[in-house]
Design a protein around this ligand. Structure first.
Ligand code: NAD
Length: 346
């Protein structure tokens, strides 16, 4: 196959700041062609097409699918706006890269998964943290060990950034929108999650800063299919200091492993370190392009079907928190017996 003909749907923040630069290197090497850029905001699509040399511009993805011969599509739109791109791509046999969270509706994700699996296309969800060399190192360290406990801390600013990531009904809350990366990383290390229980510290109506209506704190407990347990805390209490914390710890036998994007420690001693933070988006892009070229859906680290467990795990936390911390079995969500809708936690 010559250069992979790539279409982009959604040319906003993540596309502009994370995906296009590394992919443009693959354009230079002849691996990729920027065939078509589509954004409902025409000016955005045109500006980005001019900047990156895309061949054509659309404001309607259906028109793009009708007119273009594409090998793969990047779908980078907010989670509540997913409709039928996944189904069209599956029907046409076009590979798919979908940003996390795949949607806020588990049954919709199940429908997409079924179509993707039936079509046999490469479909990758954007859990780029699996591509940090530090993540590979943790997997390597865990070989032959029995992980029993893991812990995630994600403390970051409670300031408003933009509307859809500030509203529970539009992004599912910070645990869904952001901590999903860390939950997915837990799964990379410990396998699938089977059940969840959560308590949130909700924001009182009008407490602000406007227009944020999401919890201050998310305290979440997980049970893994293999028996291990984990807890993940996300706090957006700090608003006026530039301090952030993102930690992930795994305890297995006599080994306490601390992961970060730039180093890995065992029992307090650094065992691997990277001077500059590796560009996980670039590594993820390379893996996706290679998988499409080989027509090998299994060679990406977050195939759509497997990533469903990460999505269910974070939406399941919302269900549990709305039910006073009740244990939620993730299979019940896949089967549609338990559903999260934003109204339940409004
Ligand atoms: N991997 C990461 O670390 C990371 C970081 C940020 C965002 N994201 C995810 O990426 C996705 C997009 O987020 P963003 O920050 O780029 O959002 P954004 O709001 O900045 O951009 C979304 C773009 O999609 C366009 N759009 C919306 N509906 C469309 C449609 N039907 N057809 C064509 N264009 C459409 C909008 O006009 C906008 O330009 C979200 O799922 C988000 O969670 C991932």
């Amino acid at each position: 196959m010559s250069g992979l003909r790539l279409g982009f749907i959604g040319l906003g923040h993540i596309t502009q700041n994370a995906h296009l630069a590394p992919l443009s290197e693959l354009v230079e090497s002849g691996d990729v062609v920027f065939q078509a850029f589509c954004d409902v905001h025409e000016e955005t699509a045109s500006e980005q097409a001019k900047k990156w040399g895309a061949k054509s511009v659309y404001t309607d993805y259906r028109a793009m699918f009708d007119a273009e011969e594409l090998d793969a599509v990047y779908l980078c739109i907010p989670p509540t706006l997913h409709t039928d791109v996944e189904l069209i791509a599956a029907e046409k046999g076009i590979a798919l890269f979908v940003e996390k969270p795949q949607t806020l509706d588990v049954q919709q994700a199940v429908e997409y998964r079924d179509a993707i699996e039936a079509a046999g296309i490469v479909a990758q969800v954007g859990f780029m943290s699996r591509y940090y060399p530090a993540s590979e190192k943790v997997c390597e360290l865990l070989e032959g060990l029995t992980p029993r406990h893991a812990q995630v801390q994600l403390f970051y600013s409670g300031k408003h950034v933009r509307l859809w990531t500030s509203r529970m009904e539009l992004c599912g809350g910070s645990f869904v929108e952001n901590t999903i990366h860390m939950v997915d990383l837990l799964r990379f290390f410990l396998g699938d999650i089977s059940a969840v229980s959560a308590f949130y510290f909700d924001r009182k109506s009008g407490e602000g800063p406007e227009p944020i209506n999401m919890p201050h704190v998310y305290n979440v407990n997980y049970q893994f299919a293999r028996g291990a347990v984990a807890n993940a805390t996300t706090s957006r209490v700090l608003t006026n200091v530039p301090y952030q914390r993102r930690t992930l710890t795994v305890v297995a036998d006599d080994t306490l492993i601390d992961w970060s994007t730039q180093d890995v420690s065992v029992n307090g001693e650094i065992v691997a370190q990277w001077d500059d933070r590796p560009n996980a988006f670039a590594l993820q892009a390379r893996a996706f392009v290679d998988a499409v070229k080989k027509s090998d859906p299994k060679s990406v680290r977050s195939p759509y079907s497997e990533a469903l467990n990460s999505l269910t795990a974070v939406l399941g936390a919302n269900v549990s928190a709305a039910q006073g911390g009740e244990r939620v079995v993730l299979d019940d969500m896949i089967q549609g017996k338990v559903v999260w809708t934003p109204k339940e936690v409004a």
